[in-house]
Design a protein around this ligand. Structure first.
Ligand code: DGY
Length: 326
């Protein structure tokens, strides 16, 4: 974006500490209000810090509800979220106030798909139990039956939500010898399906799934989608993995299935009400748990930040931001 000395640079509130290269670029272009201590933002602190800001570069950890959006100063014209997910923002409320919202699609596909594979392997091969045995000094040596897990080769991966990330997970899973089943709003063209079996009815896919991986957005329709009835459709001993959003899973139902063995193991990177996850997960040996780090690589977090800034630059240059969602 071009600015002249006589032209004041827009004030940009950056809610959390961002990778160095992203903050440096933000500071070159904007009157950037950074958060060097990375202090979490409560609704009142966010509204207060937004005073006089023209844009906010926000993060999924901030809940931009209708109330918060309603309380933002009139100066705020754009919210650029450092995420592909937008479920933390009330898009309707933003539209109603004439505030543009953008996200960061595309750049976190590979990192998130890698994390899904990490969770699939971690859960199927009982990595948490193994690591804890080594760390706690409880390992007394190799035995033929120690921590036997689930072999991936020859198993069926069920992908719920076959967008960019779901497709990237499917490609990786094929390299492990898995066959792919998927359910999506619409069937993919053959070149994107790459032999995956489409199930128009997600319930039918569950019966044909040994490892279920969730890649749908969090919407009212997908809230607690994986409930007791759907879990019951999975074959006994299935593995469940979630890198999408915690709200897609009914925690009580999944915990009950992990306890009774209907679900052999779960690999979870996201949780409802995170970081205050359901305490039932922590005590279960057959869970492999990560703190929402699906996109947490240096390369990906830089790319997310640059994409958010591309959107802001376009907006302040009077153009349509490329990743506008509201
Ligand atoms: C996103 O972008 O929505 C992710 O959950 C953050 O990594």
């Amino acid at each position: 974006m071009q600015t002249s000395d006589s032209q004041a640079r827009p004030v940009l509130l950056v809610t959390r500490r961002l990778p160095e290269a992203v903050e440096a670029r933000a500071a070159r272009t904007y009157d950037a209000r950074l958060n060097p201590d990375d202090a979490p933002q409560t609704a009142p602190s966010l509204v207060e810090r937004a005073s006089g800001a023209a844009g906010i570069l926000c993060c999924p950890a901030e809940k931009l509800t209708a109330d918060v959006i309603g309380a933002l100063p009139d100066s705020v014209r754009i919210l650029a979220t450092f995420s592909v997910g937008t479920d933390h923002i009330d898009l309707g409320a933003a539209r109603a106030r004439g505030i543009v919202v953008t996200n960061t699609p595309g750049v976190l596909t590979d990192a998130t798909a890698d994390t899904a594979l990490l969770l699939i392997l971690g859960a199927a091969r009982r990595a948490s139990e193994g690591e804890s045995l080594v760390r706690t000094g409880g390992w007394t040596g190799w035995t033929p039956t120690q921590l036997m897990g689930t072999h991936l080769g020859g198993k069926r991966l069920g992908v719920f939500g076959m967008g960019r990330i779901g497709q990237a997970v499917a490609r990786r899973a094929r390299a492990f010898g898995m066959s792919v089943h998927y359910s999506n709003r619409s069937r993919l063209p053959a070149e994107l399906e790459e032999g995956a079996v489409f199930h128009a009815d997600p319930e039918a896919m569950l019966a044909a799934t040994d490892v279920l991986t969730l890649h749908c957005p969090a919407t009212p329709q997908t809230h607690h989608w994986l409930n007791a009835a759907r879990i019951a459709r999975l074959p006994r001993g299935a593995v469940v993995v979630n890198t999408a959003r915690g709200s897609v899973v009914d925690d009580e139902a999944l915990i009950a299935a992990l306890k009774d063995g209907h679900v052999a193991a779960a690999g979870l990177d996201v949780f409802e009400n995170e970081p205050n996850l359901h305490p039932g997960y922590r005590g279960l040996p057959n869970t492999f748990l990560l703190p929402h780090l699906g996109s947490a690589t240096v390369e990906t977090r830089n790319a997310m930040g640059f994409k958010a800034l591309d959107n802001l630059d376009a907006f302040f240059a009077g153009q349509e931001p490329p990743d506008r969602v509201a």
